[in-house]
Write a protein that binds this ligand. Structure first.
Ligand code: FAD
Ligand code: UDP
Length: 365
């Protein structure tokens, strides 16, 4: 058997590629995935208590792209869900992103209008120019006290780096609000897949032109498979056998616990921004799915240096190293590098889908 494409990885990048190649270009595709399941980091499954949990941490779909939303809507129905996160600081809960409610509660203020909040930020902010890192981008907007309380320790725990050692884009993901909007995201489309992510992936990949091999590292089989082109969605440094050294990826150890209580948190995610708490965030899955079921399952996230590569670490040194690998990658005509690990970019799901769809357009031409 000869395949048109060998695809490494069955996450969003690999699955969108496979689906488009099979259905739009009538290509024969073999996906090889090292885990025992499809879906990549968006994989979800029912735990032994009947609760739909995300094995690699809470995944909330949000996008401003109509194209991405409509594309995925072919494979799933949706339930409306607007994500909310609370930050736990000294035993008290505050809305994050920081907003008017956060400030009033934290400093016992009575800021009434957006103008009041703007004035407040004007007083406390410290101008930084140019904005070079994740400390600059936050302190420049809201000053050092809020930065120390809500960003410094959470960031150190998550990345084992000080915010000033990370690109501005990392903490810059979190907006600063002047109103009392407590939603984590303000995107136009905010939903959860009705039957879960894994079901959505199953529908994407169920096509006669798509074959899937699980629990297999591609390096074990690549010499035994006949194919024309390779689509690679694993870590880019691994592809080149770490020729220029390892690109650091941040990992997480997820600890799942089930409690007899009906519900334990006010919202799906609580970020522990204190230094002394060893985990970063705790997610309660029922909030995401609206499941009406006895007991509740939560995951505790402990950041780790070693383990599955979940997060590329955006900073200057790593970007330099990445360029060496990208340079080599660009010379390979029959290999396409695609997705969060292969491009070493801190992408959300919708960005991976959008980029993959754009890459397929190039294959069509
Ligand atoms: P992946 O999902 O990582 O898929 C790559 C696949 O390749 C994996 O299945 C891997 O096993 C496989 N693979 C790797 N190497 C090999 C090999 N050698 N051989 C065979 N197979 C291999 N995004 C959002 O939009 N919203 C969120 O709320 C959100 N929350 C997140 C929470 C966490 C904790 C994490 C880690 C990420 C989160 N994301 C979120 C990001 C989201 O997971 C990614 O954008 C998306 O899953 C990336 O898809 P991908 O296909 O590029 O990579
Ligand atoms: N962050 C923080 N405090 C928070 C939330 C986020 O310091 O309460 C910082 C932290 O460095 C984190 C980054 O902002 O890694 C991005 O946060 P996001 O919630 O987007 O992280 P992800 O969901 O990708 O883990």
């Amino acid at each position: 058997m000869k395949y048109d494409y060998l695809i490494v990885g069955a996450g969003f990048a690999g699955s969108v590629m496979a689906e488009r190649l099979a259905t739009q270009l009538d290509k024969k595709v073999l996906i090889v995935e090292k885990r025992h399941h499809i879906g990549g980091n968006a994989y979800d499954e029912y735990d032994e208590h009947g609760i739909l949990v995300h094995r690699y941490g809470p995944h909330i779909f949000h996008t401003n792209s109509k194209k991405v939303f409509e594309y995925l809507s072919q494979f799933t129905e949706w339930i409306p869900y607007e994500h909310k996160v609370l930050a736990k600081l000294d035993g008290k809960l505050y809305p994050i992103p920081i907003n008017r409610i956060t400030l009033n509660k934290l400093y016992d203020l009575n800021l009434q209008t957006e103008k009041d909040v703007e004035e407040f930020y004007k007083k406390v902010r410290e101008k930084r120019y140019p904005i070079k890192n994740s400390e600059d981008i936050i302190v420049n907007q809201i000053g050092t006290d809020l930065f120390e309380k809500f960003f410094r320790h959470y960031t150190k725990k998550q990345w084992n780096l000080e915010p000033k050692e990370l690109s501005a884009s990392v903490c810059g993901r979190i907006p600063v609000r002047t109103n009392d909007d407590c939603r984590y995201f303000t995107d136009k489309y905010q939903f959860m897949p009705k039957d879960g992510y894994t079901k959505m992936f199953e529908r994407m990949l169920s096509h006669k032109n798509i074959e899937i091999v699980l629990k297999t590292d591609y390096k074990k089989i690549i010499n035994d498979v006949r194919f024309d082109k390779l689509i690679y969605t694993g870590p880019i440094d691994y592809f080149f056998d770490y020729e220029f050294g390892k690109l650091p990826y941040r990992s997480i150890r997820f600890e799942f616990k089930n409690y007899k209580d009906n519900v334990l948190q006010e919202c799906a995610v609580v970020n522990y921004v204190d230094k002394k708490v060893p985990y970063t965030r705790v997610s309660e899955y029922k909030h995401l799915t609206g499941q009406n079921i006895e007991s509740t399952s939560l995951s505790f996230e402990y950041s780790a240096k070693d383990g599955e590569p979940y997060y590329p670490i955006p900073n200057k040194a790593n970007n330099e190293l990445l360029k060496l690998y990208q340079n080599k990658a660009s010379k390979l005509e029959n290999v396409i590098f695609c997705g969060r690990l292969a491009e070493y970019q801190y992408y959300n799901m919708d960005q991976v889908v959008a980029n993959t769809l754009a890459k397929i357009q190039m294959l069509v031409k």
